[in-house]
Design a protein around this ligand. Structure first.
Ligand code: GLV
Length: 336
């Protein structure tokens, strides 16, 4: 029987690589790890993945039909991410290739970043830091630097409504932080309708109503053929004048030029993006980077040591279990 070969497309957490190496030794599998700090180009990926049965991939690897056609030996792909939009799932399914992902180990990290971005946006943190650091502090004043309070138990004039667009794991975790941690007003929308097992206050609204009523819209849906481009100019214009927009999920869900135009027109008060369209963001391709009312971070939702270690371990385990028993701890269900 030919040796089973595994290709890992980036250097992942040491504990995850050790786990793979240990199992590989026992079963005489071969492991190859892409050693560079930048991801392989599509051509390099195609060349390096040749003849492999298993791939441990990143969101930066495009696994499309054309690539899969060139990898007839491939049996399993373990994506080191919860999102799997970098993989053509239908094409994988057609070829009988199993796809795994890493939910339940990055929920807290990503929701925490969502809270951080939302708070930084509403309290205008970048401007406050810059004011202090550039010697612009001047005299303190009772009507200076005023921003938006998120929640609290004290008397509140017009407290904002946070609209969570997509109440999956990350959406729920962030909604819980807002509702219980900050006593903020939370509403959400979900394709499956109201959830009856939430242990915190949050009101379900149909998507159109959520867009119309939210003061802060926070996007936490996956990108797939049904959701790509959902937040285009028409959708974004349904937001209130003075609303804030936060995207924690995928950049291709939003039209970034439309966001920029709506910021310029003061229709949107602020935008926070951990994901951009395209990525990586550069000043030339993503003008929103330089907008004073936009906070942009470089896709760091899951970037804690803890989450990345567990993502590494889970993606390694997905490959190991599949190769041993065709069962993965987290196999993506492909809805055709
Ligand atoms: C990150 O974006 C992920 O999907 O895990």
């Amino acid at each position: 029987m030919p040796t089973t070969k595994i290709f890992v497309t980036r250097i992942i957490h040491k504990d995850a690589l050790d786990l793979l190496q240990r199992e590989a030794k026992q079963h005489s599998w071969e492991i190859k790890v892409w050693p560079h700090s930048l991801p392989p180009s599509p051509l390099e990926l195609r060349r390096e993945a040749q003849g492999h049965q298993a791939l441990l991939t990143m969101i930066t690897d495009r696994i499309d039909q054309d690539l899969l056609d060139r990898l007839p030996e491939l049996k399993v792909i373990a994506n080191h991410a919860v999102g799997v939009d970098n993989i053509d799932l239908k094409a994988a399914d057609k070829r009988g290739i199993a796809v795994g992902n890493t939910p339940d180990v990055l929920t807290a990290a990503t929701a925490e970043l969502g809270l951080l971005l939302t708070m930084a946006l509403l309290r205008n943190l970048p401007a406050a830091i810059s004011k202090a650091k550039t010697n612009q502090w001047g005299a303190w004043g009772p009507l200076l630097d005023l921003t938006v309070q998120l929640g609290g138990m004290e008397p509140a004039d017009n407290p904002p409504l946070f609209g969570i667009y997509g109440m999956g794991r990350i959406g729920q975790s962030l909604a819980r932080m807002l509702a219980l941690g900050l006593q903020a007003n939370v509403a959400y929308t979900n394709t499956h309708g109201p959830l009856n097992n939430l242990n915190f206050p949050a009101t379900w609204l149909a998507s159109e109503e959520l867009l119309a009523k939210s003061d802060v819209l926070i996007v936490t849906i996956p990108s797939n053929p049904n959701t790509k481009g959902l937040f285009n100019q028409d959708t974004l214009k349904k937001l209130k004048v003075g609303a804030y927009f936060v995207n924690l999920a995928r950049g291709d869900l939003h039209d970034e030029d439309a966001l920029y135009r709506l910021l310029e027109a003061e229709h949107l008060a602020g935008v926070a993006l951990d994901v951009t369209n395209p990525e990586p963001a550069t000043l030339g391709r993503n003008p929103i980077l330089s907008h004073p009312r936009a906070i942009i971070t470089p896709h760091i939702g899951s970037a804690t040591t803890n989450a990345r270690r567990h993502m590494g371990l889970l993606s390694a385990q997905n490959i190991i279990n599949y190769l041993k028993s065709k069962q993965m701890p987290h196999q993506v269900k492909i809805a055709l």
